[in-house]
Design a protein around this ligand. Sequence first.
Ligand SMILES: Nc1ncnc2c1ncn2[C@@H]1O[C@H](COP(=O)(O)OP(=O)(O)OP(=O)(O)O)[C@@H](O)[C@H]1O
Ligand SMILES: [Mg+2]
Length: 1016
Amino acid sequence: MKADAREEEEPEDRRPATVLFADLAGFTAISERLDPEDVRAFQNDLFREMAAGIERYGGFVEKYVGDAVMAVFGAPRAHEDDPERALHAALDLHARVATLNAGWAGRLGREVALHVGVNTGRVVAGHLGGQNAAYAVTGDTVNTAARLQSAAPGGQTFVSDGTYLLTRHAFHFESLDPLTLKGKTEPVPVHRLVGAATRRRSARGLEAEGLAAPLMGRAENLASMLEAFERAVAGRVQVVSLLGDVGTGKSRLLAEFLTRLQVEGRLARTTVRQAACSSLGEPPYGVVAALLREAYGIAPEDSLAVAREKIVRGLQALGATPDETAGATPILGYVLGLEAAGRMPDVDPESVKRQILLLLRMAVERRLLQGPLLLVVEDLHWADAASMAGLEILADWFVDRPLMFVLTSRPAAEARAIAPSRATRTTVRLSPLDPEDCSAILEAFFGPVLAQIPTSFRDVIVKRAGGNPFYLEEIVRDLIATGVLARTDEGWVFNAAAAPADVPTTLQGVLLARIDRLPATVRRVLQDAAVLGPLFEPRVLREVTADPAGCEAALDQLREAELLEQASPERPLAFTHTLVQEVVYQNVLVRRRAELHGRVGEVLERLRGEQPLRLEDLEALAHHFGRSEQKLKGARYMVAAGDWARSIYANDDAIRHYEMALETLPPGEVGERERLAVRERLGDLRGLSGRRSEAAEHYETVRRAAEASGDAAVAARQCRKLAGLYWEAGERDRAQASLDTGLRILGTDTDDIELAHLYQEMGRLAFRSGDNQRAVEWAGRALARAEQIADSAVAGGETKKDAALAIAHALNTVGVALARLGDPVAAVARIERSVAVAQEQGLLNVACRSYANLGVLYSELDPGRSIETCLTGLETARKIGDLGFQSRLYANLAVAYCALTDRCDEDGVRAAEAAIDLDRRLGQIDHLAVPLIVLGQIYQCHGEPDRALAYYHEALGLAEEIGEPQLLFPCYDGLGTVHLDRGDQVEAERYLLKAEAICEQAGGDRDSLVVLPFLT
Ligand SMILES: Nc1ncnc2c1ncn2[C@@H]1O[C@H](COP(=O)(O)OP(=O)(O)OP(=O)(O)O)[C@@H](O)[C@H]1O
Ligand SMILES: [Mg+2]
């Protein structure tokens, strides 16, 4: 396809590109003194040379401005090595201007020099401003390149850090002090291009980061190569082709093969010759030339005479006759590219070919007389046809000789293979590595540190790499560059906060190069598909794509190009590689992405209905609308998905959806109502998992907003929820104050259910402060109100459920207060009723409270039942992810085990320790004293007074802070009795008196405080 033909139809897109600016500074001054015709003639020469230099390396001349040229490498068509191409072009441009000077300096009066700037980054490309406009790229990347160019002295190339990092394996640079460029606030690092490296290092591998992995998998492949080698050495020509996509490990396998032979001493008599084809393409006989250069030690700077001399001597050393060598030398200049074919007018191409083949034949034949010969050619997909034919003929000539070819190649559509008719051919296909092998590579890289990286994250890396070790390395390189993985003196650390960025630039180039080969119409369908996601339904694509009629054919082509795959006709289509989807998605202009996402959302709504029941559908709708212009709609679906997750107690998922909704909601008034609703839900979930300050922040925000807008019920509800958080943190006064505020805001003249909730909490706080009488009163009022509301509410509605919640809690509060007042039977009856109400409405949270209380109340009457109840409670608490209740239930379980003396030792201690551990982790000061006391009691009972004292003392410290009688009493009582056991009368007396005082102050009898210390 002609370059300009495809340019016509290029869709606009975003892509990484390398931009080169070259300017002939000072020419304006010179041209003033010149005849305009000379100026014109010189500019023609200059532009022709610049265009030739740029196009030679696959660049695109974007425009000429004055005496400057702007070129782009990577658009409209990407290559995997665009940054390198740009630098080769830069060097070439300088050389061309030097040649121009030779002819022009006289007329110009002085020599001219180019100033070149190169930068790599993201650009927007296309016919910006309509299909009639020229193809162009824009973006800050372009500006920086222009700035670098104006900073570069004559004859020099200044390169940005971005380009430098992608090319430093193949070029020499001098790093300069950072420069302040016009229009940039921060000074930017600048590198001066010195030249191309004669021995380029591989861009592959992470050795520079100190990371290396042994060869994983590939054992069979290696074995078949070694077998072929044996056959070759035995005297039968072998052609082995290593076939695999970019980065699958062809070069690596080859290197391992050669090392293996070397280490095992099997190469002793064998000569190895290696050549690699360039991605720029090879000139005719380029591969043959490379093999000759390597064989006879010809350096790039050697003249034709020197090269000829080296070859002749080399051939003679192998026993070639003067006649033979004389026959070969005339065409050498042509083969080695030291002489242009046009300069040999008297030789016709056919005879050149014959002579070259003769030379080859002679060279190989002589070599084979010395021992086996192994010819390695890498990246044959870029080889020239003439060399391929040459290799093929060689293989057929030397059928019964110890000759082996190893050729690596990518299985591109236009893949060429050499197909000699008589040689034994072996094709070694490199399939993707198993996920296990990829994990093993990561393990080899990071060793023990890998354990610190969450498995889910590791899985993401492995999945993204899709079995390609090169992709894997680039992803890791990117994680290092972005700071997700950082090396410290102690080794590697994983930094979860830093988010991995886009697809690494190197991979974008590699993948785009593949995609850019497709016709524009097909690429557009691929872009639409990428917006749908890595997995999509063709019928949805047909509905959103601009060209539904052409869709089917495009999909066929994409399947053929192995960019998409489909397990079976009724299954969704999938991108063969998630990275391809990511790259194509990043390609789509942001504006177009938003528009497409909106269309996809609408199609999905039509297909699934506006209130879909499956989480998957809600998530898809949330995803697409969230990325469209209809953000509010997207956020609402996110909330719906969050609610869905919360309803099955998948709390982490719910939090994820809610937080996404917060990020997605448009700022300002529009999304305010939703924002507050989400925040309250987040407060509830964060509170459950013990992140109280986060929860409090959400509630506070909602409360302020609700007060400002006069929504008393919502504001009061936040006060109540805040009070709960304060209580858990052991801040009783603050909890009380918050409830009082809630009551004040709400007032009593309301029929909102919130009033019942507030009354209930007042009762609960009274109970916790030891005022059982008031507890019964407040909870009674709550009960009356809630029952009244429940009676008039419609069944199945939110109000009914909310009323039930108040009722179940109030029954608990009344129950525990009654128990403390000495009526355990009435207490059990109330709480059992509360369980029934909670179960009926699916209120698992309050059910936990009931189970915890019943567990305590049963422990005296029926320990077996108590254990059973605690275990049911624990299961419920685990299900709803409530860690606070889990610790309460563990503590109660410990008490119950102790009542059944035979299980006290092990199960009791373990349960109490589990509770302590949870409380400490959650900072649950209001409860931590309880399991501490239980452990104290257990050790006291087992005759370990010292251990018991330690636990009682720690518990007492906490209890005194909180001032709760039901905690203080057992501490004093325990300490008193332990001292009594140890015969320390004075200490014993002191604590027992304190216990007495608490008892009187709480108005309860001593027994109820000892027996039932852990009601909640
Ligand atoms: N089996 C393997 N185990 C561990 N690392 C591997 C394996 N195969 C390849 N690698 C590493 O992955 C990277 C890419 O491999 P390599 O360069 O050999 O791919 P390639 O197939 O030659 O690619 P290209 O088509 O671009 O030439 C290299 O750094 C290599 O060391
Ligand atoms: Mg390779």
